[in-house]
Design a protein around this ligand. Structure first.
Ligand code: SIN
Length: 177
């Protein structure tokens, strides 16, 4: 299914809906033991160094927690683009990925931003995160669109994500600014 020059990459955030890279195959997919949180700062996409946005990272959760996303089988050289895109605090981390289309589990990588990276923001009150997202903008667009596009995509995948959907509700209630 894969060889040394090809890798599975699990996307849980913008990699689900902004597919600006070539891939050989893709599948709805999931990983276990991790959940999405808007705890990572964005200086280069949905905010600026002076006014960072808030984007996703993964945080450890219970082993039976399933995080739904998309997996892409890519050629090795595509990492050049992805590493640049995800350069603001993310590092590649090994994960076991369940490919829903193939009903198989494969080894792969995901972009993970840990608490020691310089752009880390960490937890905050959910209403504060919603306000922060609602007013942030960066070179890739509004932080609000990052959240709303993600929520739409997750709904399309049939994902149940309390953190994301609660933020979506709060941001919609705040209105576009
Ligand atoms: C991902 O999408 O998997 C990484 C985080 C992001 O770029 O939103």
């Amino acid at each position: 299914m894969t060889n040394d020059s090809r890798h599975w990459v699990f996307g849980y955030g913008s990699l689900i809906y902004k597919v600006d890279f070539p891939y050989v195959r893709r599948s709805m997919a999931s990983i276990r033991g991790w959940e999405r949180r808007f705890w990572q700062g964005s200086h280069d996409h949905r905010g600026t160094p002076e006014s960072p946005g808030r984007v996703l990272t993964l945080v450890p959760s219970s082993p039976d927690q399933v995080c739904l996303g998309m997996a892409y089988l890519i050629e090795h050289e595509v990492f050049e683009h992805l590493d640049h895109r995800e350069k603001n605090g993310y590092e590649r981390r090994k994960v076991r990925i369940r490919l829903h289309d193939a009903d198989a589990t494969v080894g792969g990588l995901t972009y993970f931003a840990g608490r020691n990276n310089p752009a880390w923001l960490g937890p905050a009150d959910i209403a504060d995160i919603a306000r922060h997202i609602n007013h942030s903008h960066g070179p890739s667009g509004s932080n609000r669109d990052y959240l709303l596009d993600l929520a739409r995509s997750l709904r399309g995948l049939g994902a149940d994500d309390t953190h994301v959907f609660e933020l979506e509700r709060k941001v919609l209630a705040l209105g576009n600014c």
